[in-house]
Design a protein around this ligand. Sequence first.
Ligand SMILES: [Zn+2]
Length: 100
Amino acid sequence: MIKEVSIFGKVYDIEYVKDPWGDSDLGRVSPKNSKIQICENMKDDVKAEAILHEIIHALSSDMNLQMDEQAVSSLSVGIYSTMMANRELFNQLRDCDLKP
Ligand SMILES: [Zn+2]
């Protein structure tokens, strides 16, 4: 699994932790410390969706969107399922030369 992600040019370290919170949370993000923590004892696709969920929390914080947990959860599930159903589009985006 990936070890870091860049959000608006800020690199967040991703740490995989074992049973960290004792509740249903699959991850945590600290924009202040540029750190994402993800439960390690999950399948890779669940980890990937949890990372996306925490990225959306970070975006909401950085952009002052004030999204609540329901909005973050709904958007992460929606983006993840759209990405999985349209892999060719996301492969094209990944391969785009973004230089002017
Ligand atoms: Zn959340």
